[in-house]
Design a binder for this molecule. Structure first.
Ligand SMILES: [Zn+2]
Length: 88
C-alpha cells in the first residue's frame, strides 16, 4: 500500500521556472530535524496546481510550490539551507 507520494525528481520541471540550476540534485537541509539530502529524496505530494515536498526523515514540509494565474508561489521555510551544485 502506498501513501501516494512521488519522489523529489518530479519538482525538477516546475522549479526550473524559479531556479536556473538543477534542483533535483540540490542538497536540502531540513529546518525541522537537520537531515541533509538531495531534494530528489523528498516525499512529494502533487496536486494539479502545485506540490508539497516533505522530509523523508521527519515528515516536515520542506517546500510548497503553487501555480496560479497571478503567478507562482514558492514557500521554502522548511528548508534551512539549499545547496545548488554547479556543473563540472
Ligand atoms: Zn526533517
Amino acid at each position: 500500500m502506498t501513501d501516494g507520494h512521488l519522489d523529489g525528481n518530479v519538482l525538477a520541471g516546475p522549479l526550473s521556472s524559479v531556479f536556473t540550476a538543477e534542483v533535483s540534485t540540490a542538497v536540502a537541509a531540513c529546518a525541522g530535524c537537520g537531515r541533509s539530502g538531495p531534494l530528489a529524496a523528498a516525499r512529494v505530494f502533487g496536486a494539479p496546481m502545485g506540490y508539497v515536498a516533505r522530509c523523508p526523515g521527519c515528515d516536515q514540509v520542506l517546500l510548497r510550490y503553487a501555480e496560479a494565474p497571478a503567478g507562482t508561489t514558492l514557500d521554502m521555510r522548511g528548508i534551512a539551507t539549499l545547496r545548488l551544485t554547479t556543473a563540472d
